[in-house]
Unconditional design. Sequence first.
Length: 116
Amino acid sequence: MACDNLRAQGRHASWEGSGYDDGDNSGISLSEQIGVEVDPGEQVMMEELRRRLDECMQALSPRQQIVAELIWMQEKAAKAVAEQLRVSEPAISQHVKKARESVRGCLERHGYQMIC
């Protein structure tokens, strides 16, 4: 049910702009929203990374996308997400683990080097 509610709201995991696209800031970048000046070269690299992250997130299963959005982008606790989605905390942990592995693998295939 909660998954259907998120989908019905048109929300999906996206790294464009402010972390997720909820329509509030219509094309305004995160750096513009918080008033930080970013070097143009660095800006281009960050935009490319955001595009790649968005591609990688879209490749996740629908359930992994929802869990990733709630945990990573909305910074909700695993317990709260488990309650919201009516699944166990270990199930949430598994979705997060698999999503992390998938996103990391996707980024590595696109030439990004992971730190740890």
